[in-house]
Design a protein around this ligand. Sequence first.
Ligand SMILES: *[C@@H]1O[C@H](CO)[C@@H](O)[C@H](O)[C@H]1NC(C)=O
Ligand SMILES: *[C@@H]1O[C@H](CO)[C@@H](O)[C@H](O)[C@H]1NC(C)=O
Ligand SMILES: *[C@@H]1O[C@H](CO)[C@@H](O)[C@H](O)[C@H]1NC(C)=O
Ligand SMILES: *[C@@H]1O[C@H](CO)[C@@H](O)[C@H](O)[C@H]1NC(C)=O
Length: 801
Amino acid sequence: MGDKGFSALRSIFCFASFIVALHLVNGDLSYSIPEEMKRQSVIGNVAKDLSLDLRTLSSRKARVDSEGTRKRNCDMNLITGDLVTSERMDRESLCGKKPSCVVKVDLVLENPLELHHVSLHIQDVNDNSPQFNENLIELEISESAEKGNRFSIEKAHDADIGQNAVQRYSLQKNENFILAVDSNKVELVIENKLDREKRNEINLLLTALDGGSPQRSGTVVIHVTVLDANDNAPVFSQAVYKASLPENSPPDTIVINVSATDADEGVHGDVTYNFCHGSDDDINAFSINPKSGEVKVTGVIDFEERSSFEISIKAKDGLGLTSYTKVIIDVTDMNDNAPVIYLKSLTNPITENLSPGAEVGIINVQDRDSETNGRVRCSIQQNVPFKLVPSIKNYYSLVTTGQLDRELVSDYNITITATDEGSPPLSSSKTVQLSVADINDNPPVFEEQSYSAYVTENNKPGSTLCSVTARDPDWRQNGTVIYSLLPSEVNGAPVSSYLSVNGDTGVIHAVRSFDYEQFRSFKVHVMARDNGSPPLSSNVTVSVFISDVNDNSPQILYPAPEGNSFMTELVPKAAHGGSLVSKVIAVDADSGQNAWLSYHIVKSTDPGLFTIGLHSGEIRTQRDISESDSMKQNLVVSVKDNGQPSLSATCSMYLLISDNLAEVPELKDISYDEKNSKLTSYLIIALVSVSTFFLTFIIIILGVRFCRRRKPRLLFDGAVAIPSAYLPPNYADVDGTGTLRSAYNYDAYLTTGSRTSDFKFVSSYNDNTLPADQTLRKSPSDFAEVFGDCDSSPEVGSGAT
Ligand SMILES: *[C@@H]1O[C@H](CO)[C@@H](O)[C@H](O)[C@H]1NC(C)=O
Ligand SMILES: *[C@@H]1O[C@H](CO)[C@@H](O)[C@H](O)[C@H]1NC(C)=O
Ligand SMILES: *[C@@H]1O[C@H](CO)[C@@H](O)[C@H](O)[C@H]1NC(C)=O
Ligand SMILES: *[C@@H]1O[C@H](CO)[C@@H](O)[C@H](O)[C@H]1NC(C)=O
């Protein structure tokens, strides 16, 4: 309302009330005036009301006195006698809230002094608007406030009174609040619940109205801040989070971010994340950042331990509203496990006679990785006679592929390698040690096919002849060689009486002294046997060759030893030089050089007349016999062998140069001793017998020769012609093949016969007289023909005795 309009209205109003209010109080004057009249506004005509003479007013000094010190509100118009306001009077400042406001003034007149009380009743005018203390009322109301909750609002005040004071309030129309007003208070009442999340502040205009006319009003803005109540739980962006994580991811690897939003604000919307403990034992492997929701690796992620994790996560806002989500982490496999080889069973040691394909062990291979990373191939090195045969899943049999021989390879280090198919592949290997146990599969084998031992005769018993060695590659007792002699007989006596063999060393000893003249060689069989069970053995032939020692002196068979013979050779007088007159026959039991005899005439009656063949022993005339030669000739012949030292024998030979025995009157004389007369007859008998014998001999030779005409050699035909009586009693040719040596010896006396002998034995004996060792190579069959029905045992010669 404009100021001018307002004053005009007020003037009209004042004037009206002036008329109404005019009356006398206590005989005094009383006026009723509205407040706020302008200065010099006429309150009333005091002169008229008091019947005072206008003309005297000035002289009587009519004036208005205020009571006390109070300031004067009114003045007296001395000309018109009107009481006028001297200033604007405000009821509210004069009287405050008093329901009636009376201002008392005194009207004073002098000469005579007259005092009149004038009461001015000041009437209220609606000149004040209702007013609130503040322009803005701040209210904070939690959204959780219930319907009907009341919130006091300070009342508006109005300086005016009565109807002019605040009469009612009005609240701007809104969804949530209504106003409850009673005489004491004004309250906002929640009509509908607040929702911060919808509207977090509300401005309401509250108007206070008075009852004046014109009506005045005052307003205030109520600013309602809706306080958050924690009415919203956090909400995860996904109900389930899925992540995949390679195993062995290092700590601090971010697996996934979870996030939850909370519609609430401040502390109510402050979401913190946590694992729900107890849901999973393995959440130690992860951590969650409580603020950001980052799930990180903190522990060891091992696919083989756990291939997936399911972690419950709780989101909690500041006041404890929670919600949950789940994170499923699939761990992806990396090839981080090498295959492991387990030896499930092993036969160790294995015997060498295992047949190929025999199973000696079972191997299991495991790889903790999965899929291709865990697929394993198994192999074995090439150079061993074993292979792996796959059997049921990841099991392999270790089988032999060939024949084992402990004597070649006794230990195997079998390296098994397992490789997986990951990328890069991992592998591992294991070495299996296998030893091969021995089987007694090798007999002892002699180092040589046969052994020869040479021993000179007359050896000392116990002397070492030779040693044999056999090897057996088997193990321990299976390879321990024991030597022994195989029982047999030598010359009718058990072989053990000749030789012994050291069972451990194979050294062969002579048990007794050998005599070359008894036997020259023999064979024994030595057996080497191992100690296995059953034992294996082999044998070898040991030939013992006895070599000759010149231990036999030549023995003269003819002429008979001195003193026992009266034999005299007749030499025809007509014998020419070079005629064979006799022959010294000697043998030597030794052989070779030791039996190579040479003949010398050591003494003779007539040294120039006779010679003796150095090796033949044939006594021949050196020149023609002459008449002057003594009839009786005496020769001393020495027979020496060729041994070292040589041995010799001597004999005497009596030769009678005569054509006729009868012409020998002094036959007696040529005997050594003076014998009795019987001597002559003995001599005759001897001569006759010799002659007879010789004749018989020739006939037999011719006969045999005739019988065996087609046989080229008649070597031993001659042998039978030798009077056995002439052979030394101890002469025994024990050398099986050495019968040829006999021939050699026989040669010495087979030539006994005349020079006309047509025996062809000389060439034979050249053929066959061989060194002792070579003769051994001759097989007995070579001589079967010669011996005919003779005992052809190689061991024992045909002893002439
Ligand atoms: C998770 O959040 C971090 C930042 O806070 C970011 O570096 C990372 O890449 C996020 N990881 C995932 C899987 O979203
Ligand atoms: C097998 O291995 C062992 C020890 O590693 C070694 O002493 C032995 O000589 C090896 N054997 C073979 C046949 O390689
Ligand atoms: C010897 O061989 C036999 C089988 O012929 C075997 O049983 C034994 O164990 C072997 N002895 C040794 C010491 O190897
Ligand atoms: C000696 O060995 C030979 C083969 O080497 C065999 O034939 C013979 O029977 C064996 N003799 C004995 C007595 O064991």
